[in-house]
Write a protein that binds this ligand. Structure first.
Ligand code: HEM
Length: 140
């Protein structure tokens, strides 16, 4: 039962974090192309979406650790699993960074640094590819 719940949360969190990331990226790129700064309500939506993504990624880590221990007795699952963990670490760090940056910007009432947001999104995307490909290679 614990394995079922963790696996369910692991996969649903993947959907939530991925959806938040794509939504944010599409809206930000449209604003950037138009040369506009998001108005306060939209900026608040970005912060909420980024926070939901952070919770989802933390949930993936917690449930992933529980699954690895309960099903496989640890993390010694080969190289591909380590690639998956490197990807998961990139995602966690970039989502954490975006959350801190957006919080600081809202406190100081300044717009987010578009360049930093773009790089963070690229790192998160690379991490997602590594994590999903690593999961497929490991558990196929
Ligand atoms: C944050 C990025 C992550 C992504 C995108 C991700 C993605 C996935 C996917 C798609 C699966 C299903 C693979 C399959 O059944 O074929 C999976 C399973 C799994 N993940 Fe993750 N994962 C992430 C993080 C983690 C972390 C941090 C850990 C452990 C420290 C972990 C441990 C596991 C384990 C043990 C399974 C296999 C469960 C089983 O055999 O049923 N995952 N992951």
């Amino acid at each position: 039962m614990i394995v079922f719940v963790c696996k369910f949360l692991h996969l649903i969190s993947l959907f939530i974090a991925g959806g938040g990331g794509i939504g944010n990226a599409v809206i930000q790129s449209i604003y950037k192309k138009e040369g506009k700064i998001p108005e306060p309500h939209l900026a608040k939506s970005f912060r909420i979406l980024a926070f939901i993504s952070l919770i989802a990624v933390i949930t993936m880590w917690v449930t992933g650790v529980v699954l690895a221990i309960l099903i496989y007795g640890g993390f010694d699952l080969g190289w591909y699993f380590h690639i998956k963990l490197i990807g998961a670490t990139l995602i966690l760090l970039s989502v954490l960074y975006v959350n801190l940056h957006l919080k600081k910007c809202s406190q100081n009432q300044i717009p987010p640094n578009q360049q930093l947001m773009k790089y963070s999104a690229s790192i998160a995307r690379l991490g997602l590819i590594l994590a999903i490909a690593g999961a497929i290679w490991t558990f196929v």
